[in-house]
Design a protein around this ligand. Structure first.
Ligand SMILES: [Fe+2]
Ligand SMILES: [Fe+2]
Length: 504
């Protein structure tokens, strides 16, 4: 029996050991969380009974991660859901469900999401802070209001990480009758992504014809993406790693938009700023509509004349936005990102604005996302393209010179050292393709992979595996090194398309 010790209270006051109907880990998680919160409040963290509850909760969280994937407890209407499954108010969990529901309502939050494998210290910190969450949230909102200039809304708009290993989720806006499942979130993320792609195509074409940047329309597009980012950041990052299904400019702008907003969300930007950042990222290359196709799509090396035309796109875009974008705050932000996205952190890059010119925060975010996507996209038109992991290495080597080192750390924490689309050799000797970024920034070498096995002259796809860390992890399932798909005849995009476009 998990975490049980001889000094625990008698069975009548300890419902933790009671069997849960159906062998489902979901109600067990609600029960163990509630029980641990109560014991921490009553006895404090040094008490052996509290330690027992912490250990039980930790094991249940890890079990839930194995059974269900992402571990979330959320409220929707009068119900509590654990990772997409509604908790029925059976007698053994009724009190826990009602109390958690009331707590979440009082705090104005949608729920909690845990990183797994769960760390005992993180659980203890969360349980200790639980009775003070109201104060912590209040401090967080006030800080956002003053520093970020954002809304001091009662409810968070994006997940916030007040404590290590657990995120506080916003209130779900969906219908109260059924909790969304991971598959629902994935489907929604895919829909949003393709809507954004179609939207970006329209925006670029419309701009090329009419010279009118439809900033308001694109803001609506980006808001849809923020909702998906909140629920399914991993799917959006996966979709943004696929390079071969649309014309470069549209998908590039959407990829840069996704990557920038993931970083912006990691920075804790309020929703309004996140939306502005997304719009600016969508429009960052709008000046390219004035670059002749012959230069834009030229295979091989560009001549020095071609380069000077290419290098005109940041200022050309900014100029058009000044002329036709209006003088709104958003238009100015978009214009600045357009002008500054090829500047480098040390003041180099183009256009030459002088070393004393400070590249703005949005442009620093967009330039990192832009460089990453442009270099990884080379796989569709270069014989031996850069691999995503080699691009990340290049960026790390140039932190502080080309890229803002703090933002880059955040970026790598999100995409991992082996981003989606990296081919890796595991210690087991198997080849695997990275299909999902790591779940936490502390696990940059532990993404989710799809195993590949050689069958005669072709590769067959095996199962998926999260390269977990921690003491119980299988050492054979660690990354030994990155490989080049060209050396092994692996078609990265077709595998990613199968994972993200065909699976339910
Ligand atoms: Fe550009
Ligand atoms: Fe770009």
């Amino acid at each position: 029996m998990r975490g049980r010790d001889s000094t625990e209270p008698p069975a009548s006051s300890d419902r933790r050991a009671a069997p849960i109907s159906g062998g489902d880990v979901r109600p067990a998680l609600v029960r163990d969380l509630f029980s641990a919160i109560q014991m921490m409040r009553l006895r404090g963290k040094e008490d052996v009974r509290t330690r027992g509850r912490v250990s039980a909760l930790r094991q249940t969280l890890d079990q839930a991660a194995r059974d269900l994937g992402r571990v979330r407890i959320v409220r929707s209407g009068p119900y509590v859901f654990v990772s997409g499954g509604r908790i029925r108010p059976l007698p053994e969990v009724r009190m826990a469900v009602q109390t958690l529901l009331a707590d979440m309502e009082r705090l104005g939050i949608g729920g909690f999401e845990w990183d797994t494998p769960a760390e005992a210290n993180g659980i203890v910190a969360f349980l200790e802070a639980y009775p003070r969450l109201d104060d912590l949230l209040c401090v967080h909102r006030t800080r956002l209001h003053f520093e970020g200039g954002g809304d001091a809304d009662r409810s968070p708009a994006v997940p916030i990480e007040l404590l290590p290993g657990v995120r506080i989720l916003p209130v779900l806006s969906g219908p109260a009758s059924g909790g969304p499942t991971d598959a629902d979130y994935r489907t929604e993320a895919r829909r949003t992504f393709f809507r954004a792609l179609a939207g970006a195509r329209h925006l670029v074409r419309h701009f090329a014809r009419q010279h009118v940047p439809e900033l308001r329309k694109s803001r609506a597009l980006v808001h849809g993406m923020i909702d998906s980012l909140v629920n399914e950041e991993y799917s959006l990052l996966g979709l943004a790693a696929i390079q071969n299904f649309d014309q470069y400019t549209f998908q590039h702008s959407v990829h840069v938009c996704v990557l920038s907003m993931v970083v912006g969300q990691g920075l804790g930007l309020p929703r309004r700023d996140l939306a502005d950042l997304g719009v600016a990222a969508l429009f960052h290359d709008i000046g390219k509509v004035g670059v002749p196709k012959g230069v834009l799509l030229k295979p091989g090396r560009l001549s020095s004349r071609d380069w000077s035309v290419m290098r005109s796109h940041p200022l050309a875009g900014a100029r058009e936005l000044i002329l036709f974008g209006g003088a709104s705050e958003l238009a100015i932000k978009v214009m600045l990102v357009g002008a500054e996205h090829h500047l480098r952190f040390d003041g180099s890059g183009y256009p030459a604005l002088g070393r004393e010119w400070n590249q703005g925060l949005f442009a620093r975010i967009v330039s990192a996302a832009d460089c990453f996507d442009a270099m990884t996209a080379s796989r569709v038109y270069v014989a031996r393209p850069f691999t995503p992991d080699s691009v990340v290495r290049y960026m790390i080597e140039n932190a502080g010179r080309l890229f803002d080192p703090d933002l880059l750390r955040l970026f790598v924490g999100k995409v991992g050292l082996f981003p989606v689309g990296s081919l890796v050799r595991l210690e087991s000797g198997e080849l695997a393709l990275v299909i999902e970024p790591p779940r936490t920034s502390g696990e940059v070498v532990r993404p989710r992979v799809r195993l590949l096995s050689r069958r005669l002259d072709r590769w067959e796809l095996g199962g998926d595996r999260t390269l977990a860390g921690g003491p119980g992890a299988d050492p054979a399932y660690r990354i030994q090194a990155g490989c080049h798909p060209g050396d092994h005849g692996v078609d990265v995009d077709s595998i990613l398309a199968e994972v993200y476009l065909e699976a339910g």
